[in-house]
Design a binder for this molecule. Sequence first.
Ligand code: URA
Ligand code: SF4
Length: 215
Amino acid sequence: MLNKVIKQQLELLLQSGIKEVYPPVCQKGQRLDELAARYRNCQKCELAKGRTKLVYGEGNPDAFIMIIGEGPGASEDLSGRPFVGKAGELLTKMLAAIHLSREEVYIGNIVKCRPPSNRNPLPEERLACLPYLLEQISIIQPKLLLFMGLVAAQTLLQTSENMGELRKREHLFQNIPAFVTYHPAALLRNPNWKHGAWADLQKFEQRYYQLRDGS
Ligand code: URA
Ligand code: SF4
């Protein structure tokens, strides 16, 4: 019965020229779960060798905001969840400071497997893994992005500009407004940068309300 109603509605949409129907919100989560399961044993780059668990990403499948980090560290590699170690604790606090919970945003990374000794992911590793992140973005369709650290920012914005330059202005990634701030791990090593990070977060929060409420 329900199927018949849905079929009729789809036919109406088709007749009126609408050829693509996006899945309802609940299906986004299912799709992300399916993809995470599909890639679990990915061997597309060298990082597969040292991996315990692939860290696909987590959060609200219909998030307005997507947070993008660099790649898993030791705790993430063991648990399969992004940003759960010391840097993750700080990220959670940074989000709370701008009245956001981890559950309402979506948290992902440039590479999904831990680089040995937490070195930066190599260009070929970033390139191999990027399609997975682009796929996540296309499913979630976030309206605002926050890049945590240089690796995320330089990879996605295809630039070699430094943190000082990148923090100064708003960027666009695939037409989505994007902000850059220090990686929480960098803030743990350099607490004197926290002041700047706080200023970045304030600007980010303001822009969030503006985009969300159209004010
Ligand atoms: N650092 C990152 O960039 N991502 C994580 O998931 C954890 C630490
Ligand atoms: Fe695959 Fe990405 Fe892991 Fe490389 S880092 S093995 S591309 S999931």
